[in-house]
Ligand binder design. Structure first.
Ligand SMILES: *[C@@H]1O[C@H](CO)[C@@H](O)[C@H](O)[C@H]1NC(C)=O
Ligand SMILES: *[C@@H]1O[C@H](CO)[C@@H](O)[C@H](O)[C@H]1NC(C)=O
Ligand SMILES: *[C@@H]1O[C@H](CO)[C@@H](O)[C@H](O)[C@H]1NC(C)=O
Ligand SMILES: *[C@@H]1O[C@H](CO)[C@@H](O)[C@H](O)[C@H]1NC(C)=O
Ligand SMILES: *[C@@H]1O[C@H](CO)[C@@H](O)[C@H](O)[C@H]1NC(C)=O
Ligand SMILES: *[C@@H]1O[C@H](CO)[C@@H](O)[C@H](O)[C@H]1NC(C)=O
Ligand SMILES: *[C@@H]1O[C@H](CO)[C@@H](O)[C@H](O)[C@H]1NC(C)=O
Length: 476
């Protein structure tokens, strides 16, 4: 039923809706967003000609809680990059969100920030709370506070949390706490300066899919197999975890799929019930967005010399379900361009207008009714928590924030800040140099794990020379 209403709504909007810029000006809760747009000729041009888009516009409240975590003078091109990440290709009404995520292309395609073919993605889905949400870099969740604000050319979803531009791989594994994977990187010597080209090729190639083993068992098995390996074999193992030129978001992984890795041989995807396996490794957490693709956390190390799949499931085998009906729903609701855009430009027949006038009154009451329902549902929503936004731009603030949260001394903070800025700098090689250099500083075995557990958050530990403790202390 809601679908039908929505189609009617879209139809009516063609006749009556306003241009995006004037909708922005008229929405009180978007005044901050509007002023950023107004301050940039580029954004103004982009939005005034926007067609077939969904604008994820952060509310004033969203900007208010975001701003204190940013460097004082955000440059215009940084704002532009951030806000272009909030413009999604295609029209996504809230009813098209479902538990099956959609990885939608955004307008962010500046290679300073993203190397993802077609533009960096944002994940649109219905969260566990049953409300539509958008997941961005480092799995930051944005809820939708006002759904489906129409304009000529698409609609606005007003979001309660500013999206985070996905960062590079090294920063991600630090922030998202891939502690065992870091231990493996360290044990294999992958962070050694000599291996820079290897590491860069594997993790910074454009449009990349990376499988990152992140369990104690993976560390143990890696330690046992790596002991006798040559440098070449170690390199092969590493490259076998990377699929270049393939954006393997969870929705793209199909049963029986063969993925050609950087190492040269293939990985096989197996779907059993709710689980997806890569060879015999199970994917534990899907879809960490990074600046050049996507990372999945897996439970064991992939080995090109053992490509066995998972053991057959116990009990009755359910046929692998990779597509849900929601995909069909999404397709069916997409307004055909030829149907309505020309109509909005050329004008529609008088008869149609008369019918529409009658419908508008009905729609108004329906909208009121739907909105009331939305509000009731909205009270239950868990507000998502912004931890921080990190970027090439915002490294300094992040470490400050971390210092504040952990109550470290000013000297310590200074040291962290310095390394934090390097880590967060867009120059990947600098980040790696920091990482690699520190490996040899030597530190107490075990301190890494303890520190990490104590504060529970991403650390600059890599750059602070504690990484050598990981191999021995990872299990603590
Ligand atoms: C911003 O708004 C002012 C006042 O409405 C207008 O004169 C100016 O042209 C706008 N700037 C842009 C870039 O749209
Ligand atoms: C890409 O981003 C950089 C840094 O923010 C900026 O200097 C450059 O103008 C941007 N390029 C385009 C095409 O917008
Ligand atoms: C994207 O790739 C280009 C060229 O390979 C590189 O200079 C740039 O730093 C990359 N951007 C990101 C965000 O990694
Ligand atoms: C490996 O995967 C690629 C890409 O899916 C496919 O074209 C190729 O046939 C596969 N090779 C083998 C040996 O299965
Ligand atoms: C798959 O997940 C759904 C929802 O979480 C659950 O209801 C179902 O029992 C699971 N199926 C299997 C085979 O684990
Ligand atoms: C290959 O991997 C599977 C699954 O991890 C394991 O059960 C099997 O023993 C391995 N085979 C060899 C020869 O190591
Ligand atoms: C709108 O954009 C989506 C996503 O890019 C695309 O699949 C669709 O074909 C477009 N629709 C029209 C009418 O242009």
């Amino acid at each position: 039923m809601e679908l039908l209403f929505f189609c009617l709504l879209l139809f009516i909007s063609c006749v009556w809706s306003q241009a995006l810029l004037s909708v922005l000006q008229n929405h009180f809760e978007l005044s901050a967003f509007n002023s950023y747009v107004n301050g940039s000729q580029k954004l103004t041009n982009l939005l005034s000609s926007a067609d077939n888009v969904t604008l994820l516009a952060p509310s004033n409240a969203a900007f208010k809680s975001w701003l204190p975590n940013q460097a004082p003078n955000l440059a215009e091109d940084q704002i532009e990059a951030l806000l272009t990440y909030h413009i999604v290709h295609g029209v996504f009404p809230s009813v098209t969100f479902s538990s099956q995520p959609q990885f939608s292309k955004t307008f962010l395609n500046n290679i300073t920030y993203a190397n993802v073919t077609g533009g960096q993605r944002a994940e649109l889905l219905t969260g566990s709370s049953g409300n539509p949400e958008i997941v961005s870099g480092n799995k930051i969740v944005s809820g939708i506070s006002t759904t489906d604000v129409l304009f000529t050319g698409g609609l606005i979803q007003i979001i309660d949390t500013v999206l985070t531009i996905p960062l590079n791989f090294v920063i991600l594994i630090t922030q998202a706490n891939f502690r065992y994977f870091v231990a493996i990187l360290n044990a294999g010597g992958y962070l050694s300066p000599n291996d820079t080209p290897l590491v860069s090729n594997a993790i910074y190639a454009p449009s990349n899919t990376i499988f990152a083993p992140n369990t104690q068992a993976a560390v143990d098995s890696f330690n046992s197999i790596s002991a006798t390996m040559s440098q070449e074999q170690l390199a092969e193992i590493f490259n076998y975890h990377t699929v270049p030129g393939f954006l393997g978001y969870s929705t793209q992984l199909k049963h029986g799929m063969q993925l050609r890795t950087l190492q040269g041989t293939n990985l096989t995807i197996t779907i059993q019930g709710n689980n997806t396996f890569v060879n015999s490794a199970r994917i534990m957490t899907y879809d960490y967005l990074v600046c050049n693709g996507v990372v999945h956390m897996i439970d064991s190390v992939l080995n090109p010399s053992n490509t066995t799949g998972p053991p057959p499931p116990t009990g009755a085998q359910t046929p692998p379900a990779t597509t849900s009906s929601s995909t069909t729903l999404y397709i069916s609701i997409q307004p055909p361009k030829s149907g309505w855009t020309p109509a909005s430009k050329a004008g529609v027949g008088i008869g149609v207008v008369l019918i529409a006038v009658a419908l508008v009154r009905a729609m108004y009451f329906l909208l009121m009714w739907m909105r009331r329902r939305q509000l009731v549902g909205g009270e239950k929503r868990q507000k998502s928590k912004v931890v921080w936004n990190v970027g090439p731009v915002w490294g300094r603030k992040v470490t400050k924030q971390m210092g504040r949260e952990r109550g470290v001394s000013p000297q310590e903070l200074d040291a962290e800040q310095k390394s934090g800025m390097d880590m967060a700098s867009p120059g990947v090689s600098e980040a790696l140099t920091m990482t690699m250099g520190s490996r040899y500083e030597g530190s107490t075995v075990g301190s890494w794990g303890g520190e990490l557990e104590g504060s529970g958050g991403p650390k600059m530990v890599i750059v602070r020379g504690h990484i050598s403790g990981v191999a021995g202390g990872g299990g603590s």
